[in-house]
Each structure stands twice: as C-alpha cells, then as structure tokens.
Write a protein of this length. Sequence first.
Length: 230
Amino acid sequence: MSIVNLQQVSKSFSKGEEVITPLREVDLEIHAGEFVSLMGPSGTGKSTLLNLVSGIDRPDAGKVIVAGTDLTHLNRNRLADWRAANLGYIFQTHNLIPVLTAYENVELPTLLLKLTSKQRRERVNLALAAVGLSERAGHYPRQLSGGQEQRVGIARAIVAHPKVVVADEPTGSLDSETSEQIQHLLQRLNRELNITMLMVTHDREVAAIASRQLTLDRGKFLTAEDLAPC
Ligand SMILES: Nc1ncnc2c1ncn2[C@@H]1O[C@H](COP(=O)(O)OP(=O)(O)OP(=O)(O)O)[C@@H](O)[C@H]1O
C-alpha cells in the first residue's frame, strides 16, 4: 500500500529577481513500512521535499498524497490537525523546549489529540520506553546527553503513533558512536513498530540503513543508470 505519493510535484522559491526551482515534476511513491533514505548535494531540495510530505509547505504544481489524504487542498487548520495525527518530524538538532522535562516535551504533540489524560500518559510512557529513556522522564534537556536529547526528540516524533516519520539529518550533530545508536533505534522503530520512515542524510553509511536509497539532484531523482560508474 502506498503511504506517500507525490505526483508531478514542482516547487519554486523567489529570491529577489531570481527564481529557484528545487523540485521539478517529481514523482515519489513510498509503501507502508518502508524505510527510505534521501541523499543529494546541498541545496537540491531535500528539506523542501520533507516539508511538502509533512504538509509544512505546499507544492506549486502536482499532488501530495500522504496516508490517504491529498494535502494539496487542505486549509491551514485542517493541515495542522492532519499533521498532529499522522506525521512525526525528527530534526537534526532536537529542538526540545529547555524549561520542560523529557516527559513534558514528549507530551506536547499529544495535547493536540483528543485523548483522555490516562491515554495521554500511556502514550508518553510508551514512547519514552520505546527509545529507552523511561528513567529519564523527569530530566530537563540540559541534564541529558546529546544522544539522549535526540532520543527524546524521536519519542516526541512517534508519540502520536504517526503513520509516517520524516527525519532531517537525525544524526547530523552526533558523534559517530551516538549516531550509530540513533541509527539502530530508527531501524528498530521501523521494523518493530512498522513506522514508515523518510530520512534525509549526507552520510552514505547512515543512508545504507534504509531499505531503499534515493538521491535527489537538480530537482530530479537520480536513477540507477545515473549513479552507475562510467
Ligand atoms: N522558504 C524559502 N525561501 C526561499 N528559498 C528557499 C526556501 N526554502 C528553500 N529555499 C531554497 O531552495 C533550495 C533547496 O533548499 P533545501 O533546503 O530544500 O535544500 P537541501 O537539499 O535540503 O539542502 P541542505 O542539504 O543544504 O540542507 C535552496 O536553494 C534554498 O535556498
């Protein structure tokens, strides 16, 4: 079953006189449960693509259908509700709120969902357990290591039981040992919780943990032929 479906998607930005078109009539289909990595030179539109899949931005042309919903026609409020229920976002730097504990940071996205306080507590505890941080629930971000902070960020991304999780360089600011731990965690969440993942990375080794590797260059996906050595 296709869970992410981009059809002939184009996106441009104006920078003064200049028009930049990072995505040009791009097609992409991701099946439920897949782990897809996305590589490509800087400025080729990887983050733009994640923003379209997560409904943060809108395409200029084409369709973006995610988890059965055509995002192209949703207004801002409907889009925000859709995102809260269907999509998790993992950032390069965790973006945790410093004055909230790990538990409260993970709880935040659930406040947008219609849940009882018991259901909410269960979801947060489950997400913290999934990333191995139950015993740090009461800690503030400054009391956590970089890897633990990223794990809280991942718990926050999965707490609403999203159908799709997008990750923008999730290991980009971590040392190699911590990066490996996070890679294993993402793989485990994909395999054990069947979360569909779309991950941008600049690191070939990190990209290799995915079940499918894509490369974006100058507004288009490269094919196997483009990538084959001459
Ligand atoms: N909101 C915006 N307004 C104007 N230009 C933008 C905007 N967002 C992205 N761009 C431009 O679109 C192009 C693609 O940006 P994007 O961030 O998607 O690239 P990227 O492949 O993720 O790059 P990197 O690997 O460096 O993160 C860049 O030239 C960028 O400057």
